[in-house]
Ligand binder design. Structure first.
Ligand code: AMP
Length: 586
């Protein structure tokens, strides 16, 4: 049973938060017991526990799985319309489209009405933390407004009759009462245009700006860059552009844009006409105290870009959650993006942790190892300083399910561990026996880009693929660079770019360097293809057109789709190769 409280009552919320984080171990045992009691008779668990709900038996018998292992059960429910009790005795009402690994393969995750309640409780706790930090640090936020961008797509139904949505869409569509001011429109362009226009008209009331992920916020800034003149002209004339035909958008805008506002339009023009858009958020919404967007894990690559556009405003990265379950809340919203830790909320799901040797490639852990479960620890027994892969057991039918996320224990809030978000465990590049993970690649790219930073560049986004069309195959990185001055990118210095290629190689692991060093190389020199500005927006639009939502979009770090590679390749403005073989001794 979840405790209840009025979400506006910050004191009551804080008391509950203190209480549950002081009893994490006990609550976790209760959660597991409840899940097993409820679901022991499901087809899935019966196969391992023979109908029993014993926790010891669960820990001994139930295997660690990933999506491929349980897909067959989910497909039976989603495609063949079989009942939920194959996996859970709660009734599955929706399937959530998870962005899954950055390989881009979508997963369908069951959601139930009861799970909706659990997530609502989690959201209330998160609001409690945000409200109390606003009260503590900022004056006058109560009379201001938060500009939170949300996007939705049309619902799809599976052949089995279940609604298929993203997690954020599910949250928004099921709880419209909580978000009465949101503009819900299924056309991304009309929706973004209208939300930005409303934000501009109410420029002086806005005290925070945000969306779900940092990458989404950058896309929104680009959209603003492409449309600000038209928006300003709408404000000047008091008339919204006639390509906005969606009734929800028209209604929302007409409530606040009902007269000509030439002074406001002038002031917007003045800001937006500046050559560099450094600090644009702070300039357009001068009362903004902070920006809200998840900026940890794979989103950390966007920290420099976001710092540039926000003019150094604090970025609040509030939660760690997924389609599978909600996990943790950031208790120190104002801390540096590099220091964010999430405190796991112990009554959301049952969490377990598979230790990862800090120096070991997570992919070395044989994914099907029968002894994997001997190494698992529960929430109460994790150790500070240790990396773990997160496993989750939910009320909704996932048991010891590998999230593919790596977390690092940084400390405790009361008796509850706090985790920093590591990178996803997935391999993004592979040729022969080399396996380069997303984490390795991000570190290598971050090291290499330092060469260009003194020249005023930052890396707006990047991706990669293994080009095996020639022998030996080689890794290709696509980089979209931007100048802080907003100038057109000049011709790039060949020597510096080649150095970037070598630095990426030098930062990859020993296996990669060994394969590059063989007398007949198994992997060829790494290549960086610089793409023209706006390319990653086109890539994002391509994935959005395939059913991904901007709310959950994460740039795939390993591009598999031929169409996506074509999009990137057709916008390449410079190709550079590593000229040095990486040194195996460093
Ligand atoms: P989805 O199921 O599509 O919502 O994606 C969930 C995934 O997003 C998680 O498994 C993480 O890899 C990533 N994610 C969610 N929250 C965070 C966070 N706070 N920091 C970094 N990555 C996150």
């Amino acid at each position: 049973m979840l405790p209840t409280f009025d979400p506006r009552d910050t004191e009551a919320g804080s008391r509950i938060l203190e209480d549950i984080t002081s009893n994490a171990g006990h609550i976790q045992e209760q959660v597991l017991e409840e899940i097993l009691t409820k679901n022991a008779s499901t087809d899935y668990l019966k196969g391992f526990l023979n109908g029993q709900s014993d926790k010891g038996l669960f820990k001994n018998k139930v295997p660690v799985v990933d999506y491929e292992d349980i897909k067959i059960y989910i497909d039976r429910i989603a495609l063949d319309g079989e009942p939920s009790r194959i996996l859970t005795n709660e009734s599955i009402t929706e399937l959530l489209k998870s962005s899954g690994t950055s390989g881009g393969k979508q997963k369908w995750i069951p959601k139930t009405a009861e799970e909706g309640e659990r997530r609502a409780f989690f959201s209330c706790l998160c609001d409690t933390v945000l409200n109390s930090f606003e009260l503590r640090y900022f004056q006058g936020l109560n009379d201001g407004k938060a500009l939170l961008f949300v996007l939705i797509n049309p619902d799809i139904r599976t052949p089995g009759g279940l609604v298929l949505r993203t997690g954020s869409e599910s949250e928004i569509k099921n709880r419209k009462d909580r978000y009465p001011q949101f503009i819900l429109c299924e056309d991304t362009n009309q929706s973004l245009y209208s939300q930005l226009l409303c934000g501009l008209v109410q420029r002086d009331a806005i005290v925070s700006v945000g969306t779900f992920f940092a990458s989404g916020l950058l896309r929104i800034i680009k959209f603003f860059e492409e449309h600000w003149q038209e928006m300003s002209s709408n404000i000047r004339t008091g008339q919204m552009s006639d390509w906005i035909t969606d009734p929800n958008c028209k209604r929302a805008v007409s409530l606040i844009l009902s007269k000509q506002m030439p002074d406001l339009a002038d002031s917007i023009d003045l800001v937006c006409q500046e050559k560099s858009w450094e600090g644009i958020i702070k300039k357009i919404w001068p009362r903004t105290k902070y920006v809200m967007a998840i900026i940890t894990g794979s989103m950390a690559q966007y920290i420099p870009a976001l710092e540039f556009y926000t003019g150094g405003l604090p970025v609040v990265s509030p939660v760690y959650g997924s389609s599978e379950a909600f996990f943790g809340i950031n208790m120190k919203p104002l801390c540096s993006p590099y220091d964010v830790s999430y405190t796991f909320i112990p009554n959301m799901a049952y969490y377990e942790f598979l230790p990862i040797d800090n120096h070991q490639d997570p992919n070395c852990t044989n994914r099907k190892d029968a002894h994997l479960k001997d190494h698992i620890v529960d929430l109460a027994n994790v150790k500070v300083g240790q990396h773990y892969e997160l496993l989750v057991t939910t009320f909704t039918g996932l048991y010891r399910y590998r999230m593919g996320d790596i977390v690092l224990v940084t400390g405790f809030h009361n008796s509850t561990p706090q985790f920093k978000f590591g990178q996803r465990t997935n391999v993004v590049l592979s040729i022969h026996t080399d396996k380069t993970t997303e984490q390795d690649l991000q570190k290598a790219v971050a090291t290499a880009i330092q060469i260009l930073e003194p020249l005023g560049f930052f890396l707006l986004d990047y991706s990669s693929y293994a080009d095996t069309s020639s022998i030996p195959g080689h890794y290709v990185l696509f980089w979209e660079l931007q100048l802080r001055s907003n100038d057109i990118i000049p011709e790039l210095d060949q020597v510096k770019m080649e150095k970037c290629c070598s630095l990426v190689e030098q930062s990859l692991d020993q296996k990669y360097k060994m394969l590059r060093n063989q007398s007949i190389s198994t992997i060829g020199p790494l290549e960086i293809r610089v793409v023209k500005q706006g390319t990653f927006n086109v890539l994002m639009d391509f994935y959005l057109s395939q059913g991904t939502s901007l709310n959950q979009y994460k740039t795939p770090k390993n591009i598999k789709s031929e169409k996506a590679i074509e999009i990137l390749d057709s916008r390449v403005v410079g190709k550079f190769y590593s000229r040095e073989v990486p040194n195996q001794d460093s």
